[in-house]
Design a protein around this ligand. Sequence first.
Ligand code: F3S
Length: 406
Amino acid sequence: MYLTREEERMMDGEYGEWIAKAIRLLVKLGELNNAEKLVEIRRAHLSGISYKTVGDAAIDLLKDMVAGGVKLKAFTTINPAGMDTLNWREMSIPPDFAKKQKELVRLYTELGAIPALTCAPYIFENKPVFEENVAFAESSAVVYVNSVIGARTNRHGSLDALSAAITGRVPLMGLLLKENRYGNVLIKVNNEKFNDSDFGLLGILIGNRLSPSDIPIFSFRKRPDKWRLRMLGAALAASGAIAMFHAINITPEAKTLKEATGGLDPEDRLFIDKKDVETVVDTYFSKIEIPDAVFIGCPHASIDEINEISALLRGKRIKRGIKFWIFTSRRILELVRKSSIYAVLERAGVKIFADTCMVVAPIEEIGIKKVWTNGSKAAWYIPKFAEKRIEVEVKSIKEIIDAITE
Ligand code: F3S
C-alpha cells in the first residue's frame, strides 16, 4: 500500500508506540481489502462505551493509552454509555457499575473524545457533510451518514474506529469509493398504511433477506421523513449488517433509479406492503399482553420525535406500574426541558434519560422483563444483550399510548 512520508514515520514509531500500533492495524485492514492508500479523515465516532458491553478490559486498555500520552487526531464523539451519567440513580443503576462507567467515559475524554454519548451525533455534535470521508463505528449512524447525508464511512468496529481517530486516517476502500456505493436490489414499498414502527420492521425483513454487501434501493409510494428512514437503516444494520441504502428521489445519491444503480439493471426486485412487514412481528418478536416498560429512542430520539409523543400524550396519564422511558442525547434533553413539551411528558409520567439507551444499559438487572418499543433495532438486540431474560414486542407509538394511558 502506498504510504506518505508522514504515515511511514507513524509506522516507524516516531510519534510513539500507540500511533504506530493504530496505523499498522489500519494498513493491515487496507491490505486485506486491496486499498491503494490511506486517506485523511477529520471526524470519527466511537462505539464500545458502555461498561456493560466492554467491561474492565476496555478500562485497562484506555488507561494504558492515556498513560502513553495518546491524543485523538480526529474530532471524535462517543456512543451511549451504560447509564444516564447524571441521573443514573433514577435508572436504578448499581453504584459499582456507575463508578466503572464514569471511569470509562473519563478515559475517553482524556484521549480527547467529546462525551456526546449518543448514537445520533449527526443531529448536533458531529455532523459529516456530503461526500466527506469519516470513520463511524455505530452501525445505525453508519447507515444514516452513508444513506441520508451522503457522507462516506465503512462499517467500523470499535478498534479500527479508535485507530482511525488516533491517526486521522482510514484505508481508501469499501464505501469510501463511489463505485462501491451503487445499489443492487430494488425494493418497491407500498408504505401508504405504514406507521412509525413499520419502517424498522421493514429493515428487519430486508436485512434478513439480503447479504451485508448488498445495497438496497427503496422506492416508496409515499415519501417518508428522515426519522423514519433512520429507523429503517438502524434495523437493516442490526438484522443484516447492511451499511447503506438508497431511497429514490429522497437520498442524495439516488435522484433517479439510474443514478442509484450506476446505470445497471438491479440484480433483484422485491415488492413489499403492510402485510409483509406485519409478518415480521410474528416471526421475530414476542407477544406481550401488558409491558413492564416502554422504551422509545432507538436510535436516540430527535426533538421532532419527542414532540410527536408529547402531542399524543397531552392530557393523558400512563397507567401505574408501567415505566415509559425515552432515550436521547444530553443536548436534546436540555432543549426539550426548556420547552413546553417537557411539562406534558412529565405530567403523563414519562422519564427522559440522556447518555444511554435501552440496549447498552443493564436493564436486565433492574427487574424489567417485558418491553414494548417502536424501535426494531432495540427489539432485535434487547433479548440478545439481556441473554433472553427480557421479551420485546414492537408496536407503533400510537398503539402503545392508546393501550397504556388513562
Ligand atoms: Fe442507539 Fe442504543 Fe439503538 S446505541 S441505535 S439507541 S441500540
